[in-house]
Design a protein around this ligand. Structure first.
Ligand code: ATP
Ligand code: MG
Length: 249
């Protein structure tokens, strides 16, 4: 049996009277890419914010590497890396200085930070732009830096919140290959997207989220099998069947 690395139990979060997350539970096993797939406003980012200790759940809890996000946030933070949906970069700094800054923030010494920053820039195809100011970069290059930052400190669990939104195919493929390489190296990954092709390609299991709840959870193949021959249907069809709406409504 694979070992659970993250277990979310009955997470709830409301903003004013709006239930953004309304009782979400799931388990992520060590070394898998687990997808949260859902339309705008489904509650994906709010779930990630609770799991990454940025927001305290109204109800429920999660354990990551055996530590409660509610009670042992510091221990959780040492295990995770977060690639946020909104870019979190210093536009006036170079790519390298961004990575060095965040490397020091996660406790690396100068030489470790430099070594990891150079390795991450290389992996993202940005080593030639290491000293270029980030505000001059294309959207795809900024997304790649956003991911490279999340990898500083070699987290055991990586949260990727729509890491490929609005980017060119070259950057997208580089990000896919990087993520697959990280998984092959044993990293555990939570991936959110509203692109079903991504979930299909990358994720070993997918939770379909709508209105703050999980409406289905299975392998992509298992989800598709529920509504027809898996070769002939898409996760978009599954979502439509489950909710009566398209993923991109
Ligand atoms: N800080 C906040 N204050 C008020 N409402 C919020 C806040 N954060 C999220 N919400 C609301 O909670 C709901 C869920 O938002 P969330 O960002 O988690 O969705 P999402 O699935 O990540 O959507 P998207 O695909 O657009 O990123 C939305 O209705 C959103 O407007
Ligand atoms: Mg979001």
């Amino acid at each position: 049996m694979p070992e659970a690395f993250l277990t979310a139990e009955n997470l709830h979060k409301s903003f004013n009277d709006h239930k953004a997350v309304n009782g979400i539970s799931f388990t992520i096993y060590q070394g898998e890419i687990f997808g949260l797939l859902g339309p705008n406003g489904a509650g994906k980012t709010t779930t990630i914010r609770m799991l990454s200790t940025i927001l305290v759940p109204d109800r429920g809890d999660a354990t990551i590497g055996g530590h409660s996000v509610r009670h042992y946030a510091d221990a959780v933070r040492r295990l995770i890396g977060v690639c946020p949906q909104e870019l979190a970069l210093y536009p006036d700094l170079s790519a390298l200085d961004n990575l060095l800054f965040f490397g020091r923030m996660v406790g690396l010494n100068g030489s470790e930070a430099k070594a990891q920053a150079m390795a991450n820039l290389e992996a993202m195809g940005l080593i030639d732009r290491a000293r270029g100011k980030v505000d001059k970069f294309s959207g795809g290059m900024k997304r790649r830096i956003n991911l490279a930052i999340a990898l500083m400190g070699h987290p055991q669990l990586l949260f990727l919140d729509e890491p490929t939104v609005g980017i060119d195919p070259q950057s997208r493929n580089m990000i896919y290959e990087t993520i697959e390489g990280l998984r092959d190296g044993g990293m555990t990954i939570l991936y959110t997207t509203h692109y079903m092709e991504e979930a299909d390609r990358l994720c070993s299991r997918v939770a379909i989220v709508d209105g703050g709840r999980i409406v289905a959870l299975d392998t992509p193949y298992g989800l598709k099998s529920k509504i027809g021959p898996p070769e002939q249907v898409s996760l978009e069809d599954v979502f439509l069947k489950l909710t009566g709406r398209g993923l991109r409504d």
